[in-house]
Design a protein around this ligand. Structure first.
Ligand SMILES: Cc1cc2nc3c(=O)[nH]c(=O)nc-3n(C[C@H](O)[C@H](O)[C@H](O)COP(=O)(O)OP(=O)(O)OC[C@H]3O[C@@H](n4cnc5c(N)ncnc54)[C@H](O)[C@@H]3O)c2cc1C
Length: 486
Protein backbone atom coordinates (compact mmCIF):
# COMPACT_ATOMS: atom_id res chain seq x y z
CA UNK A 1 0.00 0.00 0.00
CA UNK A 2 1.37 3.42 -1.01
CA UNK A 3 0.16 6.23 1.22
CA UNK A 4 0.65 9.99 0.91
CA UNK A 5 0.51 12.02 4.11
CA UNK A 6 -0.17 15.69 3.54
CA UNK A 7 1.07 17.83 6.44
CA UNK A 8 3.90 17.20 8.89
CA UNK A 9 2.34 18.59 12.07
CA UNK A 10 1.94 16.28 15.04
CA UNK A 11 -1.11 14.53 13.48
CA UNK A 12 0.66 13.76 10.20
CA UNK A 13 3.83 12.68 12.01
CA UNK A 14 1.87 10.34 14.27
CA UNK A 15 0.32 8.74 11.17
CA UNK A 16 3.72 8.42 9.51
CA UNK A 17 5.20 6.86 12.66
CA UNK A 18 2.52 4.18 12.63
CA UNK A 19 3.12 3.40 8.94
CA UNK A 20 6.89 3.35 9.49
CA UNK A 21 6.48 0.85 12.34
CA UNK A 22 4.44 -1.43 10.05
CA UNK A 23 7.01 -1.06 7.26
CA UNK A 24 9.91 -1.80 9.60
CA UNK A 25 8.17 -4.96 10.75
CA UNK A 26 7.86 -6.25 7.21
CA UNK A 27 4.46 -5.02 5.95
CA UNK A 28 4.37 -3.96 2.31
CA UNK A 29 3.88 -0.31 3.10
CA UNK A 30 5.26 2.73 1.31
CA UNK A 31 4.62 6.27 2.45
CA UNK A 32 5.60 9.83 1.59
CA UNK A 33 5.12 12.71 3.99
CA UNK A 34 4.65 16.06 2.23
CA UNK A 35 5.22 19.16 4.36
CA UNK A 36 4.80 22.66 2.96
CA UNK A 37 7.28 24.28 5.36
CA UNK A 38 11.00 23.65 5.66
CA UNK A 39 10.51 22.08 9.09
CA UNK A 40 8.35 19.39 10.66
CA UNK A 41 6.12 19.85 13.69
CA UNK A 42 3.49 22.39 12.58
CA UNK A 43 2.48 24.28 15.73
CA UNK A 44 4.99 22.41 17.92
CA UNK A 45 8.24 24.29 18.00
CA UNK A 46 10.63 25.15 20.81
CA UNK A 47 14.09 26.59 21.03
CA UNK A 48 16.70 26.96 23.74
CA UNK A 49 17.76 30.58 24.33
CA UNK A 50 20.26 31.53 27.04
CA UNK A 51 19.74 28.07 28.55
CA UNK A 52 15.95 28.49 28.83
CA UNK A 53 13.40 26.38 26.93
CA UNK A 54 11.13 28.73 24.98
CA UNK A 55 7.96 27.27 23.53
CA UNK A 56 6.70 29.04 20.43
CA UNK A 57 3.51 26.99 20.30
CA UNK A 58 2.07 24.50 22.82
CA UNK A 59 4.05 24.17 26.05
CA UNK A 60 2.52 20.87 27.21
CA UNK A 61 -0.38 18.48 26.89
CA UNK A 62 -3.17 17.37 29.18
CA UNK A 63 -1.93 14.40 31.26
CA UNK A 64 -5.46 12.99 31.48
CA UNK A 65 -5.39 12.18 27.75
CA UNK A 66 -2.77 9.47 27.58
CA UNK A 67 -1.98 9.25 23.84
CA UNK A 68 0.82 11.84 23.98
CA UNK A 69 2.70 10.43 26.97
CA UNK A 70 2.32 6.91 25.52
CA UNK A 71 3.88 8.02 22.25
CA UNK A 72 6.70 9.77 24.11
CA UNK A 73 7.44 6.57 26.02
CA UNK A 74 7.36 4.53 22.83
CA UNK A 75 9.91 6.94 21.37
CA UNK A 76 12.21 6.50 24.37
CA UNK A 77 11.36 9.89 25.91
CA UNK A 78 9.80 8.47 29.08
CA UNK A 79 12.58 9.83 31.31
CA UNK A 80 12.13 13.30 29.83
CA UNK A 81 8.40 13.58 30.58
CA UNK A 82 8.01 16.54 32.92
CA UNK A 83 4.90 17.05 35.08
CA UNK A 84 3.62 20.55 35.70
CA UNK A 85 4.57 21.89 39.11
CA UNK A 86 1.02 21.61 40.42
CA UNK A 87 2.02 22.35 44.01
CA UNK A 88 2.46 25.96 42.84
CA UNK A 89 -0.62 25.98 40.63
CA UNK A 90 -2.66 29.08 41.06
CA UNK A 91 -4.24 31.07 38.26
CA UNK A 92 -5.45 34.65 38.37
CA UNK A 93 -8.03 36.55 36.38
CA UNK A 94 -7.50 40.23 35.69
CA UNK A 95 -10.49 42.16 37.05
CA UNK A 96 -10.42 45.96 36.79
CA UNK A 97 -6.63 45.74 36.43
CA UNK A 98 -6.24 43.69 39.62
CA UNK A 99 -5.28 40.02 39.71
CA UNK A 100 -7.89 37.91 41.47
CA UNK A 101 -7.10 34.22 42.12
CA UNK A 102 -9.58 31.66 40.80
CA UNK A 103 -11.48 30.54 43.89
CA UNK A 104 -10.79 27.14 45.41
CA UNK A 105 -13.28 24.47 44.36
CA UNK A 106 -13.82 25.81 40.87
CA UNK A 107 -13.98 22.78 38.60
CA UNK A 108 -13.34 24.15 35.16
CA UNK A 109 -16.25 26.59 34.98
CA UNK A 110 -18.33 25.31 37.86
CA UNK A 111 -18.11 26.54 41.48
CA UNK A 112 -18.35 23.64 43.94
CA UNK A 113 -17.28 25.18 47.27
CA UNK A 114 -19.56 27.55 49.08
CA UNK A 115 -17.17 29.60 51.21
CA UNK A 116 -14.45 30.32 48.61
CA UNK A 117 -17.18 31.25 46.11
CA UNK A 118 -18.85 33.55 48.66
CA UNK A 119 -15.55 35.25 49.54
CA UNK A 120 -13.93 35.61 46.11
CA UNK A 121 -13.40 39.05 44.62
CA UNK A 122 -13.88 37.53 41.16
CA UNK A 123 -17.67 37.87 41.12
CA UNK A 124 -20.16 40.52 42.18
CA UNK A 125 -22.72 39.85 44.93
CA UNK A 126 -25.47 39.35 42.31
CA UNK A 127 -23.45 36.65 40.50
CA UNK A 128 -22.71 34.90 43.81
CA UNK A 129 -26.42 34.80 44.67
CA UNK A 130 -27.10 33.42 41.23
CA UNK A 131 -24.45 30.74 41.74
CA UNK A 132 -26.21 29.70 44.96
CA UNK A 133 -29.62 29.56 43.28
CA UNK A 134 -28.14 27.49 40.46
CA UNK A 135 -28.38 24.48 42.78
CA UNK A 136 -32.16 24.60 42.20
CA UNK A 137 -32.03 24.29 38.39
CA UNK A 138 -34.18 21.37 37.22
CA UNK A 139 -32.84 18.80 34.68
CA UNK A 140 -32.94 20.14 31.14
CA UNK A 141 -32.55 17.43 28.49
CA UNK A 142 -32.01 18.84 24.99
CA UNK A 143 -30.55 17.68 21.68
CA UNK A 144 -29.89 21.19 20.43
CA UNK A 145 -26.37 22.60 20.35
CA UNK A 146 -25.77 26.10 21.67
CA UNK A 147 -22.87 28.44 22.39
CA UNK A 148 -20.81 27.91 25.54
CA UNK A 149 -21.68 31.49 26.54
CA UNK A 150 -25.41 30.69 26.41
CA UNK A 151 -25.02 27.59 28.60
CA UNK A 152 -22.81 29.33 31.16
CA UNK A 153 -24.96 32.50 31.26
CA UNK A 154 -28.11 30.42 31.83
CA UNK A 155 -26.52 28.90 34.95
CA UNK A 156 -24.22 31.56 36.36
CA UNK A 157 -24.95 34.82 34.52
CA UNK A 158 -23.12 37.06 32.05
CA UNK A 159 -20.34 37.99 34.46
CA UNK A 160 -19.28 34.32 34.70
CA UNK A 161 -19.03 34.28 30.89
CA UNK A 162 -16.88 37.41 30.84
CA UNK A 163 -14.62 36.58 33.79
CA UNK A 164 -14.45 32.80 33.55
CA UNK A 165 -15.69 31.04 30.41
CA UNK A 166 -14.34 33.46 27.86
CA UNK A 167 -10.82 33.86 29.31
CA UNK A 168 -10.44 30.13 30.03
CA UNK A 169 -11.55 29.17 26.54
CA UNK A 170 -9.51 31.81 24.79
CA UNK A 171 -6.53 30.42 26.72
CA UNK A 172 -7.23 26.98 25.19
CA UNK A 173 -8.72 27.71 21.75
CA UNK A 174 -7.89 31.36 21.20
CA UNK A 175 -11.68 31.18 20.90
CA UNK A 176 -14.82 33.07 21.68
CA UNK A 177 -17.40 31.65 24.12
CA UNK A 178 -20.25 33.15 22.09
CA UNK A 179 -19.20 31.02 19.08
CA UNK A 180 -17.89 27.77 20.56
CA UNK A 181 -20.16 24.71 20.68
CA UNK A 182 -21.17 23.68 24.21
CA UNK A 183 -21.88 20.13 23.06
CA UNK A 184 -18.35 19.74 21.62
CA UNK A 185 -16.25 21.82 24.00
CA UNK A 186 -18.09 21.09 27.26
CA UNK A 187 -19.86 17.77 26.66
CA UNK A 188 -19.73 16.82 30.34
CA UNK A 189 -21.50 20.00 31.38
CA UNK A 190 -24.20 19.40 28.77
CA UNK A 191 -24.70 15.87 30.15
CA UNK A 192 -24.79 17.18 33.72
CA UNK A 193 -27.43 19.76 32.83
CA UNK A 194 -29.52 17.07 31.22
CA UNK A 195 -29.21 14.68 34.20
CA UNK A 196 -29.01 16.99 37.23
CA UNK A 197 -30.11 20.42 36.05
CA UNK A 198 -27.62 22.15 38.32
CA UNK A 199 -24.04 21.98 37.03
CA UNK A 200 -22.75 22.38 40.58
CA UNK A 201 -24.71 19.35 41.77
CA UNK A 202 -23.62 17.40 38.67
CA UNK A 203 -19.97 18.28 39.22
CA UNK A 204 -20.09 17.32 42.91
CA UNK A 205 -21.68 13.97 42.04
CA UNK A 206 -19.01 13.32 39.38
CA UNK A 207 -16.30 14.23 41.85
CA UNK A 208 -17.69 11.85 44.48
CA UNK A 209 -17.77 9.02 41.92
CA UNK A 210 -14.19 9.73 40.86
CA UNK A 211 -12.90 9.74 44.43
CA UNK A 212 -14.68 6.47 45.22
CA UNK A 213 -13.17 4.90 42.10
CA UNK A 214 -9.68 6.16 42.96
CA UNK A 215 -9.98 4.84 46.52
CA UNK A 216 -11.15 1.48 45.23
CA UNK A 217 -8.19 1.30 42.83
CA UNK A 218 -5.76 2.25 45.61
CA UNK A 219 -7.27 -0.43 47.87
CA UNK A 220 -7.03 -3.12 45.17
CA UNK A 221 -3.49 -2.25 44.16
CA UNK A 222 -1.83 -1.38 47.42
CA UNK A 223 0.22 1.81 47.20
CA UNK A 224 -1.62 3.15 44.16
CA UNK A 225 -1.92 2.15 40.55
CA UNK A 226 -1.75 3.49 37.04
CA UNK A 227 -3.00 7.00 37.01
CA UNK A 228 -3.63 7.36 40.69
CA UNK A 229 -0.65 7.87 42.94
CA UNK A 230 -0.75 7.72 46.67
CA UNK A 231 -0.23 11.07 48.37
CA UNK A 232 1.90 11.51 51.48
CA UNK A 233 -1.31 11.71 53.55
CA UNK A 234 -2.36 8.26 52.31
CA UNK A 235 -5.17 9.74 50.18
CA UNK A 236 -5.04 9.18 46.43
CA UNK A 237 -3.13 12.06 44.82
CA UNK A 238 -4.06 13.15 41.33
CA UNK A 239 -1.37 13.18 38.66
CA UNK A 240 -0.20 16.52 37.31
CA UNK A 241 -2.66 18.35 35.11
CA UNK A 242 -0.15 19.04 32.35
CA UNK A 243 2.86 17.14 31.06
CA UNK A 244 5.71 18.49 28.98
CA UNK A 245 9.20 17.40 27.97
CA UNK A 246 12.40 18.56 29.66
CA UNK A 247 13.86 19.81 26.41
CA UNK A 248 10.58 21.30 25.17
CA UNK A 249 7.87 19.97 22.88
CA UNK A 250 10.38 20.01 20.02
CA UNK A 251 11.88 16.86 21.55
CA UNK A 252 8.78 14.95 20.50
CA UNK A 253 9.06 16.23 16.92
CA UNK A 254 12.78 15.46 16.72
CA UNK A 255 12.24 11.95 18.11
CA UNK A 256 9.45 11.27 15.59
CA UNK A 257 11.51 12.64 12.69
CA UNK A 258 14.45 10.43 13.73
CA UNK A 259 12.24 7.33 13.54
CA UNK A 260 11.00 8.07 10.00
CA UNK A 261 12.90 7.14 6.88
CA UNK A 262 14.33 10.54 5.83
CA UNK A 263 14.00 9.62 2.17
CA UNK A 264 10.23 9.49 2.59
CA UNK A 265 9.88 12.95 4.11
CA UNK A 266 9.67 15.91 1.71
CA UNK A 267 10.07 19.29 3.34
CA UNK A 268 9.23 22.54 1.56
CA UNK A 269 6.85 20.57 -0.68
CA UNK A 270 3.23 21.77 -0.48
CA UNK A 271 0.71 19.50 -2.14
CA UNK A 272 -1.14 21.61 -4.71
CA UNK A 273 -3.59 19.11 -6.18
CA UNK A 274 -5.45 15.94 -5.32
CA UNK A 275 -7.43 13.84 -7.73
CA UNK A 276 -9.31 10.61 -7.40
CA UNK A 277 -8.31 8.07 -10.00
CA UNK A 278 -9.16 4.45 -10.69
CA UNK A 279 -8.11 2.50 -7.58
CA UNK A 280 -6.35 5.37 -5.84
CA UNK A 281 -5.24 8.99 -5.73
CA UNK A 282 -3.13 11.35 -7.79
CA UNK A 283 -1.11 13.76 -5.67
CA UNK A 284 0.46 16.83 -7.27
CA UNK A 285 3.39 18.47 -5.48
CA UNK A 286 6.25 20.57 -6.84
CA UNK A 287 4.72 20.34 -10.32
CA UNK A 288 4.99 16.52 -10.34
CA UNK A 289 2.15 14.01 -10.14
CA UNK A 290 2.50 10.80 -8.12
CA UNK A 291 0.08 7.95 -7.53
CA UNK A 292 -0.97 6.50 -4.18
CA UNK A 293 -3.46 3.93 -2.93
CA UNK A 294 -4.40 6.08 0.07
CA UNK A 295 -4.10 9.65 1.30
CA UNK A 296 -4.04 10.96 4.87
CA UNK A 297 -4.77 14.68 4.80
CA UNK A 298 -3.21 16.14 7.95
CA UNK A 299 -3.19 19.80 6.95
CA UNK A 300 -5.51 22.34 8.62
CA UNK A 301 -9.12 21.83 7.46
CA UNK A 302 -9.11 25.05 5.41
CA UNK A 303 -6.14 23.73 3.37
CA UNK A 304 -7.78 20.29 3.13
CA UNK A 305 -10.93 22.01 1.81
CA UNK A 306 -8.96 23.65 -1.02
CA UNK A 307 -7.41 20.30 -2.03
CA UNK A 308 -10.60 18.26 -1.71
CA UNK A 309 -13.07 20.78 -3.22
CA UNK A 310 -12.39 19.57 -6.79
CA UNK A 311 -12.78 15.93 -5.63
CA UNK A 312 -16.03 16.47 -3.72
CA UNK A 313 -17.51 19.97 -3.66
CA UNK A 314 -19.72 19.33 -0.60
CA UNK A 315 -16.77 17.96 1.39
CA UNK A 316 -14.59 20.90 0.34
CA UNK A 317 -17.25 23.33 1.49
CA UNK A 318 -17.71 21.64 4.87
CA UNK A 319 -13.96 21.64 5.50
CA UNK A 320 -13.62 25.25 4.41
CA UNK A 321 -16.46 26.17 6.76
CA UNK A 322 -14.55 25.17 9.93
CA UNK A 323 -13.38 28.46 11.46
CA UNK A 324 -9.82 28.93 12.68
CA UNK A 325 -8.26 31.43 15.04
CA UNK A 326 -4.80 32.95 14.88
CA UNK A 327 -2.56 33.74 17.81
CA UNK A 328 0.76 35.17 18.85
CA UNK A 329 3.11 34.09 21.63
CA UNK A 330 5.72 36.42 23.08
CA UNK A 331 8.41 34.92 25.33
CA UNK A 332 10.48 37.21 27.53
CA UNK A 333 13.51 36.09 29.56
CA UNK A 334 14.30 38.21 32.64
CA UNK A 335 16.94 38.32 35.29
CA UNK A 336 14.80 37.27 38.27
CA UNK A 337 16.55 39.66 40.66
CA UNK A 338 15.63 42.66 38.47
CA UNK A 339 12.10 41.50 37.74
CA UNK A 340 10.67 42.12 41.18
CA UNK A 341 8.29 39.79 42.97
CA UNK A 342 5.68 38.05 40.84
CA UNK A 343 2.41 36.84 42.37
CA UNK A 344 2.51 33.12 43.31
CA UNK A 345 1.26 30.67 40.72
CA UNK A 346 1.35 29.86 37.02
CA UNK A 347 0.07 33.15 35.60
CA UNK A 348 -3.11 34.99 34.70
CA UNK A 349 -5.92 35.22 32.15
CA UNK A 350 -7.37 38.44 30.79
CA UNK A 351 -11.10 38.87 30.07
CA UNK A 352 -11.92 40.76 26.87
CA UNK A 353 -13.76 43.38 28.93
CA UNK A 354 -10.36 44.50 30.32
CA UNK A 355 -9.55 45.88 26.85
CA UNK A 356 -6.02 44.46 26.73
CA UNK A 357 -4.04 42.94 23.86
CA UNK A 358 -2.88 40.08 26.09
CA UNK A 359 -5.22 37.11 26.53
CA UNK A 360 -3.03 35.30 29.02
CA UNK A 361 0.41 35.28 30.58
CA UNK A 362 2.24 32.22 31.90
CA UNK A 363 5.03 32.31 34.47
CA UNK A 364 6.89 29.58 32.61
CA UNK A 365 9.69 29.04 35.16
CA UNK A 366 7.03 28.21 37.77
CA UNK A 367 4.82 25.97 35.64
CA UNK A 368 7.63 23.60 34.59
CA UNK A 369 10.66 23.38 36.86
CA UNK A 370 14.15 22.82 35.52
CA UNK A 371 13.64 24.36 32.09
CA UNK A 372 14.86 27.83 33.03
CA UNK A 373 18.37 28.47 34.42
CA UNK A 374 18.55 29.44 38.12
CA UNK A 375 18.14 33.19 38.62
CA UNK A 376 16.16 33.63 35.38
CA UNK A 377 12.42 33.97 34.82
CA UNK A 378 10.45 33.38 31.61
CA UNK A 379 7.11 35.08 31.00
CA UNK A 380 5.04 34.02 28.03
CA UNK A 381 2.23 36.23 26.76
CA UNK A 382 -0.52 34.90 24.50
CA UNK A 383 -2.23 37.42 22.18
CA UNK A 384 -4.62 37.49 19.24
CA UNK A 385 -7.55 35.07 19.23
CA UNK A 386 -10.84 35.43 17.38
CA UNK A 387 -11.43 38.95 18.65
CA UNK A 388 -8.03 40.43 17.85
CA UNK A 389 -6.68 38.94 14.62
CA UNK A 390 -5.46 42.36 13.43
CA UNK A 391 -2.56 42.15 15.90
CA UNK A 392 -0.83 39.60 13.68
CA UNK A 393 0.04 42.33 11.22
CA UNK A 394 2.03 44.27 13.83
CA UNK A 395 5.83 44.04 13.70
CA UNK A 396 7.72 42.19 16.44
CA UNK A 397 9.00 45.31 18.21
CA UNK A 398 5.46 46.70 18.49
CA UNK A 399 4.18 43.41 19.92
CA UNK A 400 7.02 43.24 22.46
CA UNK A 401 6.43 46.89 23.44
CA UNK A 402 2.69 46.20 23.85
CA UNK A 403 3.35 43.20 26.08
CA UNK A 404 5.93 45.11 28.14
CA UNK A 405 3.52 48.03 28.61
CA UNK A 406 0.73 45.72 29.76
CA UNK A 407 3.07 43.79 32.09
CA UNK A 408 4.13 47.08 33.61
CA UNK A 409 0.52 48.18 34.13
CA UNK A 410 -0.61 44.82 35.50
CA UNK A 411 2.45 43.54 37.40
CA UNK A 412 4.57 46.68 37.74
CA UNK A 413 7.42 45.12 35.74
CA UNK A 414 9.89 47.82 34.69
CA UNK A 415 12.90 45.58 34.00
CA UNK A 416 14.26 45.18 30.50
CA UNK A 417 13.96 41.56 29.25
CA UNK A 418 17.29 39.96 28.37
CA UNK A 419 15.81 38.12 25.42
CA UNK A 420 12.50 38.24 23.53
CA UNK A 421 10.94 35.92 20.99
CA UNK A 422 7.75 36.50 18.97
CA UNK A 423 5.86 33.72 17.13
CA UNK A 424 2.77 34.12 14.95
CA UNK A 425 0.34 31.28 14.36
CA UNK A 426 -1.98 32.11 11.46
CA UNK A 427 -5.20 30.12 11.26
CA UNK A 428 -3.63 27.39 13.38
CA UNK A 429 -6.33 26.63 15.92
CA UNK A 430 -9.65 25.13 14.75
CA UNK A 431 -12.75 26.50 16.45
CA UNK A 432 -15.48 24.04 17.28
CA UNK A 433 -18.38 26.35 16.48
CA UNK A 434 -22.04 25.67 17.32
CA UNK A 435 -23.17 22.75 15.11
CA UNK A 436 -19.65 21.24 14.92
CA UNK A 437 -20.80 17.69 15.57
CA UNK A 438 -23.46 17.84 12.87
CA UNK A 439 -20.78 19.15 10.48
CA UNK A 440 -18.48 16.23 11.39
CA UNK A 441 -21.30 13.79 10.67
CA UNK A 442 -21.77 15.36 7.23
CA UNK A 443 -18.00 15.16 6.62
CA UNK A 444 -17.94 11.50 7.66
CA UNK A 445 -20.83 10.75 5.31
CA UNK A 446 -18.80 12.19 2.41
CA UNK A 447 -15.64 10.33 3.51
CA UNK A 448 -17.55 7.03 3.46
CA UNK A 449 -17.84 7.53 -0.32
CA UNK A 450 -14.14 8.23 -0.83
CA UNK A 451 -12.13 5.06 -0.35
CA UNK A 452 -8.58 5.43 0.90
CA UNK A 453 -9.05 8.99 2.19
CA UNK A 454 -8.50 9.94 5.85
CA UNK A 455 -8.68 13.35 7.50
CA UNK A 456 -6.72 13.98 10.68
CA UNK A 457 -5.68 17.01 12.72
CA UNK A 458 -7.06 19.43 15.24
CA UNK A 459 -10.22 20.33 13.31
CA UNK A 460 -12.24 17.23 14.01
CA UNK A 461 -12.25 15.46 17.34
CA UNK A 462 -10.05 17.31 19.83
CA UNK A 463 -7.85 20.37 19.57
CA UNK A 464 -5.02 19.21 21.84
CA UNK A 465 -1.85 17.30 21.05
CA UNK A 466 -3.05 13.94 22.48
CA UNK A 467 -6.17 13.99 20.30
CA UNK A 468 -4.16 14.84 17.17
CA UNK A 469 -1.80 11.94 17.93
CA UNK A 470 -4.71 9.57 18.56
CA UNK A 471 -6.40 10.50 15.28
CA UNK A 472 -3.17 10.31 13.27
CA UNK A 473 -2.27 6.87 14.56
CA UNK A 474 -5.83 5.60 14.23
CA UNK A 475 -6.06 6.68 10.58
CA UNK A 476 -2.84 4.83 9.75
CA UNK A 477 -4.00 1.72 11.62
CA UNK A 478 -7.33 1.73 9.80
CA UNK A 479 -5.58 1.89 6.43
CA UNK A 480 -3.27 -0.95 7.44
CA UNK A 481 -6.24 -3.01 8.59
CA UNK A 482 -8.10 -2.44 5.32
CA UNK A 483 -4.97 -3.48 3.43
CA UNK A 484 -4.79 -6.70 5.43
CA UNK A 485 -8.49 -7.35 4.82
CA UNK A 486 -8.26 -6.89 1.03
C1 LIG B 1 0.08 29.04 20.21
C2 LIG B 1 -0.52 27.68 20.40
C3 LIG B 1 -0.53 27.11 21.67
C4 LIG B 1 -1.10 25.85 21.87
N1 LIG B 1 -1.05 25.27 23.10
C5 LIG B 1 -1.40 23.98 23.26
C6 LIG B 1 -1.12 23.29 24.47
O1 LIG B 1 -0.53 23.85 25.40
N2 LIG B 1 -1.49 21.97 24.56
C7 LIG B 1 -2.08 21.30 23.52
O2 LIG B 1 -2.39 20.12 23.66
N3 LIG B 1 -2.35 21.94 22.35
C8 LIG B 1 -2.01 23.24 22.19
N4 LIG B 1 -2.21 23.87 20.99
C9 LIG B 1 -2.93 23.15 19.94
C10 LIG B 1 -2.06 22.11 19.23
O3 LIG B 1 -0.72 22.54 19.21
C11 LIG B 1 -2.54 21.94 17.81
O4 LIG B 1 -3.92 21.71 17.77
C12 LIG B 1 -1.83 20.76 17.12
O5 LIG B 1 -0.43 20.88 17.24
C13 LIG B 1 -2.26 20.72 15.66
O6 LIG B 1 -1.56 19.72 15.00
P1 LIG B 1 -1.95 19.33 13.50
O7 LIG B 1 -0.97 18.31 13.07
O8 LIG B 1 -3.39 19.04 13.42
O9 LIG B 1 -1.79 20.69 12.66
P2 LIG B 1 -0.58 21.65 12.39
O10 LIG B 1 0.37 21.68 13.53
O11 LIG B 1 -1.20 22.94 11.97
O12 LIG B 1 0.16 20.99 11.16
C14 LIG B 1 -0.37 21.01 9.86
C15 LIG B 1 0.79 20.98 8.89
O13 LIG B 1 0.28 20.88 7.57
C16 LIG B 1 1.13 21.63 6.72
N5 LIG B 1 0.41 21.90 5.46
C17 LIG B 1 -0.65 22.73 5.27
N6 LIG B 1 -1.04 22.68 3.97
C18 LIG B 1 -0.22 21.80 3.34
C19 LIG B 1 -0.13 21.34 1.98
N7 LIG B 1 -0.98 21.74 1.03
N8 LIG B 1 0.85 20.45 1.68
C20 LIG B 1 1.72 20.00 2.65
N9 LIG B 1 1.68 20.43 3.93
C21 LIG B 1 0.70 21.31 4.28
C22 LIG B 1 1.45 22.86 7.54
O14 LIG B 1 2.61 23.52 7.06
C23 LIG B 1 1.64 22.25 8.92
O15 LIG B 1 2.97 21.92 9.20
C24 LIG B 1 -1.67 25.14 20.76
C25 LIG B 1 -1.65 25.71 19.49
C26 LIG B 1 -1.08 26.96 19.30
C27 LIG B 1 -1.04 27.54 17.91
Amino acid sequence: MRTAIIGGGIAGLAAAFELEKARASGATVEYTLFEARERLGGSLSSEIADGAVLERGPDSFLSEKTAAAELCRELGLGADLLPSNDAARKTYILVKNRLVALPDGLMFLVPTKLIPTALTGLFSFTTKVRMGLELLHPPRPSDEDEAVATLVARHFGAEAVDRLADPLLSGIFGGDATQLSARTVLPRLVEMESEYGSLTRGMLAAHRKMRAKAKEAAKNNGAGSGNVQSGSNGRPAARSIFTSLRGGMQQLIDALAARLDAGRVRLGTPVSGLERIEGGWKVVAGGEAEFYDAVIVASPAWAAGVLLGPVDAALGEELGGIPYSSSITVNLIYDEARLGRLPDGFGFLVPVSEGRAMLACTFVHRKFLGRTPPGKAVLRAFLGGMKNEALLAEPDDVLVATVRRELKEILGIQAEPEHTQVSRWRRAMAQYAVGHQARIQRINARLAELQGLKLVGNAYDGIGIPDCIRLGRQAARELLASQRAS
